[in-house]
Write a protein that binds this ligand. Structure first.
Ligand code: NAD
Length: 251
């Protein structure tokens, strides 16, 4: 993909699922990758997977709810590879699956803190580096829960928030050559969804049957879109929440 080779990317939540595949895809295209996650074993494994294919990657333990960690994550890109071109702000948690009035304040704060404030926190630190270079491209992971009411209430609110934040950031920096987009995955076969499937196999069967494509999505299908949105191949795409859901939300 145009403009990705020899660039530098940071990916949060890159120790598992969608983030791992996005880190692998960036590396396959020739970018150097900072793999960031709170989950150290998973992050180190992603780096090994990239290095096995002769790619360039380094892991840094990062909790996106801690500004100091996020500062160090961006600094790692500068220290190791000299710049920051791309960011996939993807770390997320699903939270409890209960009715609105049954959510604890703790669960609300955790889900909003990681999924929404975490994305803001990352962009707050990534954008100044991109401004220094005069160019950059960011993709935030939202969800079809950012477009519909499907999911726990803090999750739905956080993902609607990510889409709003993506639009506002776009308007703030569009004339500075920084593009910011979002992906809205449907139901994707990752550990997050596998956990839900183990808890309620019948519900998961119903969800899968309800996808017009007749199957769950793969994390590779999301990663492909993320790297394309970061590449120069999508140079006029700005502030867009790209739905990748096998037709789930067009019904
Ligand atoms: N799988 C799906 O069906 C689906 C659908 C729509 C959106 N999403 C979103 O995609 C993103 C990735 O989800 P996934 O399905 O790959 O899940 P996953 O659980 O496989 O991966 C999420 C990763 O985020 C990391 N993480 C959690 N809290 C963190 C924190 N505070 N700081 C840094 N890292 C943290 C986890 O350690 C994990 O490695 C999430 O934002 C999720 O909401 C997933």
């Amino acid at each position: 993909m145009k403009g990705v080779k020899e660039g530098v990317a940071v990916v949060t939540g890159a120790g598992s699922g969608i983030g791992r595949q996005s880190a692998l895809r960036f590396a396959e295209e020739g970018a150097s990758v900072v793999v960031a996650d709170i989950f150290e074993d998973g992050g180190n494994e992603t780096v090994e997977m990239i290095q096995e294919k002769e790619g360039k990657a380094t892991f840094i333990r990062t909790d996106v709810t801690e500004q100091e960690d996020v500062d160090q994550m961006v600094q790692e890109a500068i220290d190791q590879y000299g710049r920051l071109d791309f960011a996939h702000n993807n770390a997320g948690v699903e939270g409890d699956s209960v009715l609105l009035a049954e959510h604890s304040e703790e669960n609300w704060d955790q889900v909003i803190g990681v999924n929404l404030k975490g994305v803001w926190r990352c962009m707050k630190r990534e954008i100044p580096e991109m401004l220094k270079q005069g160019k950059g491209s960011i993709v935030n992971t939202a969800s079809i829960s950012g477009l519909t009411g499907s999911g726990g209430s803090p999750y739905v609110a956080s993902k609607h928030g990510v889409i709003g934040l993506t639009r506002k950031a776009t308007l703030d920096y569009a004339d500075e050559n920084i593009r910011i987009n979002a992906v809205c995955p449907g139901v994707i076969d990752t550990p997050m969804v596998q956990r839900a499937g183990e808890a309620d196999p019948e519900m998961m069967e119903q969800i899968t049957a309800g996808v017009p494509a007749g199957r769950l999505g793969t994390p590779e299908e999301i990663a492909q879109a993320v790297v394309w949105l970061c590449s120069d191949d999508s140079s006029f795409v700005m502030g867009h929440p790209l739905t990748i859901d096998g037709g789930l939300t067009v019904q």
